[in-house]
Structures are given as structure tokens and as C-alpha cells.
Write a protein that binds this ligand. Structure first.
Ligand code: ACO
Length: 329
């Protein structure tokens, strides 16, 4: 049995923070940011918004696209490393906002790899035959964790949410083909957030992202390339079988290096990092939704998702796309 995506949607906050705006906040330039990251602008949530409100908007769009009732949702899995709070989970909060009263809810934190983890946990739970469907959401309010005086990190990240509905596939030709993941806890200090948590540190009151950019860059390129090669081998596919690669949108140089390592043609690597920056667990479902509404996904296309993030955690998923209806937006 295969599970497949039957609906998808995204939500991007209205406020745009451009590189020109950042030039007024830290010692940086539009040229430096574009050359080193490929990011021109990113979205920033409003005071009233949070990971749960953005995730709920994306979820409702995905539910409309899948044309299912909110009450029929069995599972809500939210991938986030910027939850509303320590508890209750952001999934529970979204449940309350959208009224999915019959769903079982929990969050997953594997940073930028979170959406792929959520997708595969949802896939496995549906395959366990206990549940018929799952709402998988990636939602991030990273602007609340960013140190806006640190030019090394503040230029990279953005806010937003994306969601998919996963259901048993009615046609075995469509759905998740296979996946592979990896983790390396020993390198956790290459990228981490301070702030609320159980580590006792009187000095750290505020959340902040701390990153060894160059090392993260190398690990990201090497692991996403390696895990994808392993997955292709595992599935007896070659890179020529992949119609579109939708990677975690970290940095255009990371994406270009992976494309080079894997010999992916320019047109077969999706990128929108220029508009939204790195939205961590939200970046793949936001990119997938954008590719869908830009008519870039055709029935039977083989899609490759690959991601890497703090933890360290990484993974790749291959999915055969079954076409779904486009609801009125
Ligand atoms: N504007 C201007 N100058 C800057 C800025 C900035 N925003 N940030 C750093 N610099 C300076 C540095 O201070 C340094 O100056 P120095 O030579 O005088 O010391 C110089 O630019 C070069 O700094 P590097 O760190 O060597 O720059 P690099 O080319 O490595 O680019 C970057 C930095 C963009 C952070 C890169 O390392 C990177 O993309 N790393 C991956 C980070 C990432 O993607 N993290 C997201 C989470 S994990 C994931 O999603 C995969």
C-alpha cells in the first residue's frame, strides 16, 4: 500500500523584509547576501501571528485542496523548531484553531529536516492501518529566534508555513516510493538555539540561533548528496528518473553544489529561496505548493525531496506525483 499527497497549501506572512531593510539593521549589503545566499527578501510574521496561526492557514488550504472534511482528519503532525511554546504542542493548538476534533496531535522537531520526518511518520502510521489520513504541517516563526544584531545568521531565515494531506493512494502508481534518513548528535553544536529549555543557564534568557556557517554548509552539501545517492541506489533509480528535485531551501549555493554533485539539470532543481529565505521545516511544503500552482508537477512525475538541518538530521524521500485538483484560491 502507498500513501500519497491529496492536498497541499501554504501561508506566507504579508510583511516583506528586504536586503535593503537589513542594510539598515546590520553591517551587510544586498550584494553580499545575494552572492553568498541567493536570498533577496524574506517574510516576517506579525505580532498577532505565531507558528500555530500560520500552520492553521496552510492546513486549511491543504484541506480545501484535498476536499475532505476537517472532522475526518485522523492525525495532525507539525514539524517545527519554533513552536508557540514548550507545550501544548503546536499541533494541538492548530487542532483547536481549525476544529479537527477527531485528530491525534503531536509535534516533531528535527529542524530543517522536520517536514520529511513528519511525512514519513504519517506514512508509517497510515500504513499501520490505524489511521486513514494525516495532516502534515511545517510551520516556522524563525524571526522570533533570530538575533537581529548578528549578521552571520539574521540574513538567512524567514517565516512561513506549508501543509499537505497524506492519504492511502487509490492508485499504486502514485505515492511515496521510499525514504532514507540519518542523524548525528555529536555535531549538534554546529547549529543550535539558546533560550527556553531544561538546560540551566542563568545567562541565556532570550532565544538566539548560533551557527558555524561554514561547517554547516559542508555537512549540508555532503549529507544531502550522499543520502540522495543512497536512496537512488535503494530504489534502483538514477538521477535521470527524477523529474523535479524539491530540496530544503537553505541557501542557493548549497542547492547549486548538490545539483552539481548529483548531476541535476538546472530546470530539475526547484528554488524559491530568493523570496522567502530559509524557512526550515516549512520550506519543502511551501516550495511544493508553489511548484504545484505554477503547473510544474505532472501526473506520474517522480519527485525527490531532500533536507538537512540542526541536530544534525537529514533525509531524502522519493514520491510519484498523482495529480490533484486545484481549488479556487
Ligand atoms: N554581510 C556581510 N558580511 C558578512 C555577513 C553579512 N551578512 N555575514 C558574515 N559576513 C562576513 C564574515 O564576518 C566574514 O568576514 P571576515 O572575512 O572579515 O571574517 C566574511 O563575511 C566571510 O564569512 P564566512 O562565514 O566565511 O562566509 P561564507 O561564505 O561561509 O558565507 C554563510 C556565510 C552564508 C552563513 C554560509 O556559511 C552558509 O550559507 N552556511 C550554511 C548556513 C545555513 O544554511 N544554515 C541554515 C540552517 S541549516 C540548513 O538549513 C542547511
Amino acid at each position: 500500500m502507498q500513501t500519497t499527497i491529496t492536498g497541499l497549501g501554504s501561508y506566507l506572512p504579508e510583511k516583506i523584509l528586504t536586503n535593503a531593510d537589513l542594510e539598515k539593521m546590520v553591517d551587510t549589503s544586498n550584494e553580499w547576501i545575494i552572492e553568498r545566499t541567493g536570498v533577496s527578501e524574506r517574510r516576517i510574521l506579525s505580532k498577532e501571528e505565531s507558528s500555530s496561526t500560520m500552520g492553521a492557514e496552510a492546513a486549511l488550504a491543504a484541506i480545501r485542496a484535498a476536499d475532505i472534511s476537517v472532522k475526518s482528519i485522523d492525525l495532525i503532525i507539525v514539524a517545527t523548531c519554533s513552536p508557540d511554546g514548550m507545550f501544548p504542542s503546536t499541533a494541538n493548538r492548530i487542532q483547536a484553531i481549525i476544529g479537527a476534533k477527531n485528530a491525534v496531535c503531536f509535534d516533531i522537531n528535527s529542524a530543517c529536516n522536520g517536514f520529511l520526518s513528519g511525512l514519513i511518520v504519517g506514512n508509517s502510521l497510515i500504513n499501520s492501518k490505524q489511521y486513514n489520513n494525516a495532516l502534515i504541517i511545517g510551520s516556522e516563526a524563525l524571526s522570533r529566534l533570530v538575533d537581529w544584531s548578528d549578521r552571520n545568521t539574521c540574513v538567512l531565515f524567514g517565516d512561513g508555513a506549508g501543509a499537505v494531506i497524506l492519504e492511502k493512494s487509490k492508485n499504486d502508481a502514485f505515492g511515496i516510493v521510499d525514504f532514507q534518513f540519518g542523524s548525528d548528535g555529536n555535531n549538534g553544536d554546529l547549529l543550535f538555539a539558546t533560550g527556553p529549555g531544561s538546560i540551566k543557564n542563568e545567562l541565556v534568557k532570550e532565544a538566539k540561533i548560533i551557527m558555524d556557517g561554514q561547517n554547516v554548509f559542508k555537512h549540508a552539501v555532503n549529507t544531502m548528496s550522499a543520502v540522495t545517492k543512497d536512496l537512488l541506489k535503494q530504489t534502483n533509480l538514477t538521477i535521470e528518473d527524477i523529474d523535479l528535485c524539491i530540496p530544503h531551501q537553505a541557501n542557493i549555493r548549497i542547492l547549486n553544489a548538490i545539483a552539481k554533485n548529483l548531476s541535476i539539470d538546472e530546470g530539475a532543481m526547484f528554488s524559491n529561496v530568493n523570496k522567502y529565505g530559509n524557512t526550515s521545516a516549512a520550506s519543502i511544503p511551501i516550495a511544493l505548493t508553489e511548484a504545484f500552482y505554477a503547473n510544474m508537477l505532472n501526473e506520474g512525475d517522480t519527485l525527490l525531496f531532500t533536507a538537512f538541518g540542526a541536530g544534525l538530521n537529514w533525509g531524502s524521500v522519493i514520491l510519484n506525483w498523482g495529480q490533484i485538483n486545484k481549488p479556487e484560491k
